[in-house]
Design a protein around this ligand. Structure first.
Ligand code: V07
Length: 254
């Protein structure tokens, strides 16, 4: 039985046999369009990033209320280093700014914060604040809030392949035993289910090096809304579109 979405909010998604069947377990979002949102209003790009953070805050609340198990958000890609130095410096301060205001609420909601991406490339202050959030929420059992930070999917796959080859060379892994699960288990997302739904606002129709392996079977939802304007209606629209689609993994529905 499929419930109207508003009932998930009323009911909270606890009845595993009915409501949660149709809900995506894992939603991934490309938080795109912050700069264009600002430009449209004659504001500096940094104002767009701030407005994007407000949109992120409310999206986390809705996802948690719905009973989504994992929310992965693309905060900073390996390509974003090409932006002007001052903008990059500003962006690298946002994780600690966000956590200063929101970590208490996340803890209260039993949310576990995780980060995927290349930490080595991050400034120390950024690395320290995300590490602290991960440590302080490591025991939480509610929604996983997963930040892709200095993340690139090809770099992730390269890193996984190098680790696998290393294990084969040292004799701890037999090359004949390598299968798809081996690869999944060597990605940053090893402990997480694959995303069921990808949300990309702001009128771009690309994956932009985001979770290439993990999104193999995901439903893709695109919209012209800029990320700072993303709200509950858009989240519900994306989930409803997901619920209407047959997910057959290439098979035939019987
Ligand atoms: C960033 C705000 C959201 C819109 C997209 C671009 C700007 C939250 C974080 C964050 C990252 C890691 C973490 C806690 C919070 C963040 C960056 C940019 C680089 F552990 N928002 N946000 N990081 N924006």
């Amino acid at each position: 039985m499929r419930l109207p979405l508003r009932d998930y909010f009323r009911k909270k998604n606890t009845d595993k046999s009915t409501a949660s069947d149709q809900l995506p377990r894992h939603i991934a979002i490309v938080m795109d369009g912050n700069g264009r949102w600002a430009k449209q209003r004659g504001l500096p790009r940094t104002a767009g990033h701030h407005a994007g953070m407000v949109a992120l805050r409310r999206t986390i609340r809705y996802a948690d209320e719905l009973g989504i198990q994992v929310l992965t958000v693309y905060a900073f890609s390996t390509e974003n280093w090409k932006r002007p130095r001052l903008e990059v410096d500003f962006l690298m301060r946002l994780p600690s700014e966000f956590l200063k205001t929101d970590l208490a609420e996340l803890k209260e909601k039993n949310v576990r914060v995780t980060v995927i991406g290349d930490r080595e490339g991050l400034p120390h202050h950024t690395r320290d604040s995300v590490h602290k959030a991960e440590q302080e929420t490591a025991g939480n059992t509610g929604m996983v809030l997963n930040f892709a930070l200095n993340y690139g999917s090809r770099a992730e796959l390269l890193h996984a392949i190098r680790n696998i080859v290393e294990k084969v060379s040292s004799g701890s892994l037999d090359s004949g035993d390598i299968d798809e699960t081996t690869i999944s288990n060597h990605l940053f997302t090893a402990s997480l289910p694959d995303p069921d739904l990808l949300i990309r606002p702001s009128g771009e129709y690309r994956l932009s090096n985001f979770l290439l392996w993990q999104l193999a079977y995901a439903e893709l939802w695109f919209s012209d809304v800029y990320w700072p304007d993303f709200d509950k209606v858009h989240l519900l629209e994306a989930i409803e579109a997901y619920q209407r689609r047959d997910r057959r993994y290439g098979g035939i529905k019987l």
